[in-house]
Design a protein around this ligand. Structure first.
Ligand code: F6R
Length: 609
């Protein structure tokens, strides 16, 4: 989705803006632009294409000035064209602004403004904001923006500069994320943390319907009614280098390799010898947690797959009934949330519009919400009653990898914690469960050591146009996740199915051209059934790759290829089984020459419905 950066400084800003907007490339975009104020005049450069290509054409760093904005656009209103790229200006060319979000009443506002003689240069909803500010401007920049925002319905993260106020920047937010970075003799705005990491680690989060006036010396935040807001300053703990590739050819590959560390960080501090300690973070009384009769988990995409694994963990070990819902469906369904139901959300970005709307719906119905989130200070984190953070560090590759396994780790810790608290797991089992999760980082490292094998397998499968992923029980969501990874990065059509469902339809697809990837780790309930499903595929000529438990030599006789993962308790198998599937998708996409970190049409955080 669109990226925003703004800087007010004592030094020239165009080079810094360029670096900062490049750090948001992973969000997905189709055009890029920059505007700076020099000698009381605005200068703008923008075009469609990748930042590097556009920069070659327009030379962003040639823009002079100590106040400026940059934007990477992911088209919503108005096609992909130079005129629709941000920043946008008013009629006189004094006001320049960048915007993420959607102005819902832009048609009415545009018609009114046109009647008053305003001329529109683009087809975007954003441009109306520039003309509205122009309309309200009588010498005070901040007041003009405040007045304009009173008329706007919809979502916005805005950075605005005015040629007559060269040392100032106004920023505002409603529903779309915007952070303010506090530097030394310079201040920043950004839609996402990685943009400003090289310049400052001190941030403050703008709330909904808040507006900020930035100069290089200070930042003041107000409500739209003009009341001053005291904002907490928070420290970002991510290192600037964690948003860099470190010799890996792609962020996705780097992030796959970071999983042992991400999981270790996520466990760290939450296990004390033989106890899991989540009480402080959970922020609920033990009595409240004991009383929970049902959990509803809402999420989207990969996080929704994590929720399905969580459902299995929580029902199996903590004996709590769980329902998993697509956040986008839950929000429009008038869902029934009886008392003593806990609503959980899972989100890497903490900004997914549907998930945010789902937790708001839950809170409207008086439910308590716990969220599992990776990005600190994100909207979902701030609006939840309690947050369990994943400590995966910044995830830049659009395809989620380390965030997923970190989410599974949190779900597992929460499961064991609740099971103990609710008296359904004796202490000796708690100790065993802790021992099991502690093994995972090293075991993932062992899976990663098998990457040459996965690479050569990927090479021989890269020309197929379809793939079927099968799994049962706790591995069924891993089949879904494997299929999602393959389709999003390699554009190969892939479907995930519960293995036994295959014979109710998808079996018709199977022939020698259909690769079937079966997650077949050993467990006491479904393993034998999965072997029968494998036979069904084999007898129809399908090419089978199995993800199997190390030491299972029997399966090797039944399938074309086996990728082994180390043995652990079956409830933790998903954390290991997903890793070869991530690598398989990655290497196939590499072979096919795809844009792995920024797959077509996708964005890292889906902040629109
Ligand atoms: C897939 C992927 C998406 C996200 C989904 C939810 O690799 O990344 O499916 O999982 O858009 O995003 P978050 O977790 O940020 O709410």
């Amino acid at each position: 989705m669109c990226g925003i950066v703004g800087i007010v400084s004592g030094r020239k800003v165009s080079g810094m803006l360029l670096e900062a907007i490049k750090r948001l490339e992973y969000r997905g975009y189709d055009s890029v632009g920059m505007a700076c104020i020099a000698e009381g005049r605005l200068a703008t450069k923008k075009d469609i294409g990748k930042i590097g290509e556009v920069d070659k054409k327009v030379d962003f760093s040639s823009l002079e000035g100590t106040t400026g904005l940059a934007h990477s656009r992911w088209a919503t209103h108005g096609g992909v064209s130079r005129k629709n790229a941000h920043p946008h200006e008013d009629c006189k060319g004094n006001i320049s602004l960048v915007h993420n979000g959607i102005v819902e009443n832009h048609n009415e506002l545009k018609a009114e403004l046109q009647k008053k003689g305003h001329f529109f240069a683009s087809d975007t909803d954003t441009e109306v904001i520039a003309h509205l500010i122009e309309e309200h401007y009588h010498g005070n920049f901040l007041d003009a923006v405040k007045a304009a925002l009173q008329q706007i319905e919809g979502s916005y993260a805005l950075g605005i500069i005015h040629a007559k106020h060269p040392g100032q920047m106004v920023a505002a937010r409603n529903e779309s994320p915007l952070i303010i970075g506090l530097g030394k003799d310079e201040n920043f705005i950004a839609s996402d943390v990685p943009a400003i990491l090289p310049y400052t680690k001190k941030v403050t989060y703008l709330g909904n319907r808040e507006i900020a006036l930035l100069t290089k010396e200070k930042v003041e935040v107000f409500g739209l009614d003009g009341t001053k807001r005291d904002k907490a300053v928070e420290a970002i703990t991510w290192a600037a280098e964690s948003a860099e590739k470190h010799g890996f050819s792609h962020f996705m590959l780097k992030e796959i390799h970071e999983q042992p560390q991400a999981i270790a960080e996520t466990i760290n501090g939450r296990i004390q010898e033989t106890l899991i300690t989540l009480a402080k973070e959970l922020n609920f009384k033990d009595a409240e947690l004991k009383k929970i009769e049902r959990i509803i988990i809402v999420a989207c995409g990969t996080s929704w797959h994590a929720a399905l694994v969580g459902e299995f963990m929580l029902e199996e070990l903590a004996k709590v009934p769980v329902e998993v819902e697509y956040a986008s469906e839950f929000r429009y369904r008038d869902p029934i949330i009886p008392p003593d139901t806990l609503v959980m959300s899972i989100s890497q970005s903490g900004e997914t519009a549907d998930t945010l709307a789902a937790i708001r719906e839950a809170k409207k119905k008086k439910a308590k919400v716990i969220s599992i989130v990776n990005v600190k200070g994100s909207s979902i984190a701030r609006e939840s009653d309690a947050v369990l953070y994943t400590y995966a560090g910044p995830e830049i590759g659009v395809a989620s990898t380390k965030a997923f396994t970190s989410q599974l780790t949190v779900l597992y810790l929460l499961t064991v914690y609740l099971a103990k608290l609710r008296g359904v797991m004796p202490q000796d089992q708690v100790s065993n469960r802790i021992r099991d999760i502690r093994k995972i980082p090293l075991q993932i490292t062992q899976v990663l050591e098998d990457k040459e094998n996965i690479l050569s397998l990927a090479a021989s499968f890269s020309r197929h146009s379809n793939a079927l992923y099968l799994g049962r029980g706790i591995n069924y969501p891993i089949a879904l996740e494997g299929a999602l990874k393959l389709k999003e990065v390699s554009y190969i059509h892939a479907e995930g199915y519960p293995a036994a469902e295959m014979k109710h339809g998808p079996i018709a697809l199977i022939d020698k051209n259909m690769p079937v990837i079966v997650v077949a780790t050993k467990d006491t309930r479904t393993y034998k059934k999965v072997l029968s499903n494998i036979e069904e595929v084999k007898s129809r000529g399908g090419k089978i790759i199995a993800i199997a438990s190390r030491g299972d030599h029997e399966i090797a006789k039944k399938v074309d290829h086996v990728l082994y993962i180390p043995e652990n308790s079956y409830i933790l198998a998903p954390l290991l089984a997903v890793v070869p599937l991530q690598l398989f998708a990655y290497y196939i996409a590499l072979k096919r020459g795809c844009d792995i970190d920024k797959p077509r049409n996708l964005a890292k955080a889906v902040v629109v419905e």
